[in-house]
Design a protein around this ligand. Structure first.
Ligand SMILES: NC(=O)c1ccc[n+]([C@@H]2O[C@H](COP(=O)([O-])OP(=O)(O)OC[C@H]3O[C@@H](n4cnc5c(N)ncnc54)[C@H](O)[C@@H]3O)[C@@H](O)[C@H]2O)c1
Length: 354
């Protein structure tokens, strides 16, 4: 018996949507069915590229016109995540929503509540959970090789990497590198540590360099969206996050910082061993009362298949009713942390999360 394919719609067909679309096209249980974008030019371009003729400039019209749609990826700018996700859920669709889940925890909680109410899958695009590095790290932790985890440091730094466009406009993005980049590494560490609940946060943000528009050097990270000349997001955020089991994460992330070069490094320390992802994974431990450094040359860390794996996981959840690796609750917990960092930065005080 051949199984009916899931009909998939994509809302927001800019940059990251290509990774979702490619994932769905590779998945034998899916049919790319409809695309939606408020920008007619972007919509026409993507429609032509993937030979899709069901094109909509408004997601409500798409939902009304296509009751047969089964699931939707929400790949819009952050401002539209909550509205699009809730509308899709109410229309009976399963939703895979890009990170950050929403502009803030209040919106994220409403999204989670709606998914629970209508009993549909709501997965969040924390793609770092699907990396081979995360898989290996979870294996080391799960096998007891790290012992008790108690501290982590994670950094995602760009020297000149404010993407501009909506990313630089707080009213559309909810914030700068913290909500855009920091979200990935905070979630990665929390995932490796077994998804503990956050209990308190102390944070600082800085808006000193803005988007470095004065620089003549070409930027690597440029949004495809119109540059609306607004830049009011932080360019650096730093925070200490404490979790319920006593585990502490120190994190910093920037769009613009006077450093030598861009970098991304995560270290997680336990009583028996420490993991470094930079970007290869190394493991530091003791062996017969000597310090031992272990690398994993036979275990490729990045093979470009992370996005396809997260789509496969979402599709599997829709088909089987199992939960996704990155759930709505994970999205909510991360939004609570981000809200608290911004609040701590604003007030100068530690924020206790209840
Ligand atoms: N997981 C990752 O690695 C990753 C990487 C990049 C971006 N993202 C996330 O994906 C989302 C999109 O980022 P991007 O880089 O593709 O941005 P983008 O600007 O390239 O694309 C966003 C698209 O959404 C459209 N849009 C905005 N509001 C809409 C609405 N209400 N209805 C329909 N379309 C709408 C815009 O016209 C635009 O074409 C963001 O939330 C971002 O944080 C995730």
């Amino acid at each position: 018996m051949t199984m009916k394919k899931l009909k998939i719609g994509i809302i927001g067909v800019g940059n990251i949507s290509s990774a979702h679309i490619d994932g769905y096209l590779k998945n034998p249980h899916c049919e790319l069915y409809a695309l939606c974008d408020t920008d007619e030019r972007t919509l026409a371009k993507k429609g032509a590229k993937y030979s899709i003729s069901r094109l909509f400039s408004d997601h409500k019209t798409m939902l009304k016109s296509l009751p047969e749609l089964d699931a939707v990826s929400v790949c819009t700018s952050n401002i539209a995540h909550a509205e699009c996700t809730i509308d899709c859920l109410r229309a009976g669709k399963h939703v895979f929503c890009e990170k950050p889940m929403a502009l803030n925890a209040e919106q994220a909680l409403k999204m989670k509540a709606e998914a629970e109410k209508v009993q549909k899958t709501l997965g969040i695009g924390f793609v770092r959970r699907y990396g081979k590095d995360a898989e290996l790290a979870r294996e080391l932790v799960g096998d007891g090789k790290t012992g008790e985890l108690y501290y982590a440091k994670s950094s995602y730094i760009r020297r000149n990497g404010n993407p501009g466009g909506w990313f630089a406009d707080r009213s559309l993005s909810g914030g700068g590198p913290l909500i855009d980049l920091g979200v990935h590494i905070i979630d990665l560490v929390r995932y490796i540590a077994g998804n503990p609940k956050p209990v308190s946060v102390y944070g600082a943000t800085f808006t000193k360099l803005y988007d470095r528009r004065n620089l003549k050097d070409t930027k690597i990270y440029l949004s495809e969206s119109e540059d609306n000349r607004v830049c009011d997001v932080e360019d650096l955020a730093a925070a200490m996050i404490r979790f319920e089991n006593g585990f502490v994460l120190n994190v910093d992330t920037s769009y613009s910082l006077n450093v030598a070069e861009d970098s991304g490094k995560t270290e997680i320390f336990g009583t028996k061993g420490g993991i470094k992802i930079d970007p290869e994974l190394s493991f530091y431990t003791e062996y017969e009362d000597r310090l031992a450094n272990i690398s994993f040359p036979s275990r490729p860390i990045f093979d470009g298949s992370e996005y396809a794996r997260e789509i496969d996981d979402f599709v599997n959840a829709v088909l089987t009713g199992q939960t996704t690796r990155a759930t709505a609750d994970d999205g909510v917990q991360i939004m609570r942390i981000l809200d608290a960092i911004y609040e701590s930065a604003r007030t100068g005080h530690e924020i206790i999360l209840h």
